[in-house]
Ligand binder design. Structure first.
Ligand code: CP
Length: 303
């Protein structure tokens, strides 16, 4: 049982993890020993603040030992194959958290027969989405299905993962990206196949959106993207999340998974303003990831 993307879980399982995460947040001392005497490898090919720290703290809080491995040391695919790294890690550890350049690396790691958790790849960022969903649930506790959610920006890994989560939970989501910067067609095909009745609308015209309770954005250039930043800013400028947009759409929550390029995709005024949920999202990474461990270990009868 792995979490390589949210396609690996269904609506019931996502709801279960969100409920568990909420319980863990309300009861910080719960599940203290649920991963006692276990070790979790954390293989990171790319930089991280939130993901690394929240995973390390969460693993420690569950009674297990996190072992951080940076790619410079392990050199996946150079010093030895990804599959061999995974098979060796399975000799000593009980799970692998991995942040990788390519989604296929996660599939290679899953040869190890211990749970593998995607901590971001080029296509998905499932743990971020779970934290985002918990944040929306907390802010609109009556029913997430009545919330109008707008994602504006690049159709990147964060956007795509959020689309899977939204489709699974039957949420109303509008995705607005500049022409040619939307989600990948291969991803959209998979989403359509898995959730043919989803309530997601995709477009390029932000002025066509008349209302959103939640506005979500992300950086215009993802980590490691070699495109010219200034040219990208020129293309994305009409898609900035600023006070005028918040007012026009009557939004009550603004989200960003961070790190942000302040005053590019989101203005200081909005990010530091009263409806910003960015730190709530960041904090919730901890609880949902603890819930992910519990879910995966429970499913593989390791608890
Ligand atoms: N949101 C997120 O994944 O942050 P990091 O890149 O700092 O881990």
């Amino acid at each position: 049982m792995h979490l390589l993307s949210l396609f690996d879980v269904n609506a019931t399982q996502i709801t279960h993890m969100l409920t568990l995460a909420g319980y863990m947040k309300a009861h910080p001392a719960s599940f203290q020993n649920s991963l006692k005497n276990r070790s979790i490898a954390m293989l990171f090919e790319k930089p991280s603040l939130r993901t690394r720290v929240s995973f390390e703290v969460g693993i420690h809080q569950l009674g297990a030992q996190p072992i951080y491995l940076d790619a410079q040391m392990v050199q996946p695919g150079q010093r030895e194959s990804v599959e061999d790294i995974a098979r060796n890690l399975a000799c000593w550890t009980h799970g692998i958290v991995a942040r990788v350049f390519k989604h296929e690396t996660l599939h290679k790691l899953s040869a190890a027969k211990i749970p593998v958790i995607n901590a971001l790849c080029d296509v998905h960022h499932p743990c971020q989405t779970l934290a985002d969903l918990l944040t929306i649930q907390e802010r609109y506790p009556i029913d997430m299905k009545v919330v109008d959610i707008l994602y504006v920006g690049e159709g990147n890994n964060v956007c795509q993962s959020f689309m899977v989560g939204a489709a699974a939970l039957d949420l109303k989501l509008t995705v607005i990206c500049p022409p040619s910067y939307g989600p990948k067609q291969s991803f959209l095909d998979e989403l359509q196949q898995r959730y043919p009745k989803h309530k997601i609308t995709i477009g390029t015209d932000l002025s066509a959106v008349k209302h959103a309770d939640v506005i979500y954005t992300d950086t215009w250039l993802s980590m490691g993207d070699s495109r010219d930043y200034q040219k990208t800013c020129d293309i994305f400028a009409p898609y900035q999340v600023n006070q005028a947009l918040v007012k026009r759409l009557a939004a009550t929550t603004v989200m960003h998974c961070l790190p942000a390029h302040r005053n590019d995709e989101i203005t200081d005024e909005v990010m530091d303003g009263p409806i910003s949920a960015v730190l709530q999202q960041a904090e919730n990474r901890l609880y949902v990831q603890k819930a992910v461990f519990h879910h995966l270990f429970e499913e593989s009868s390791q608890l």
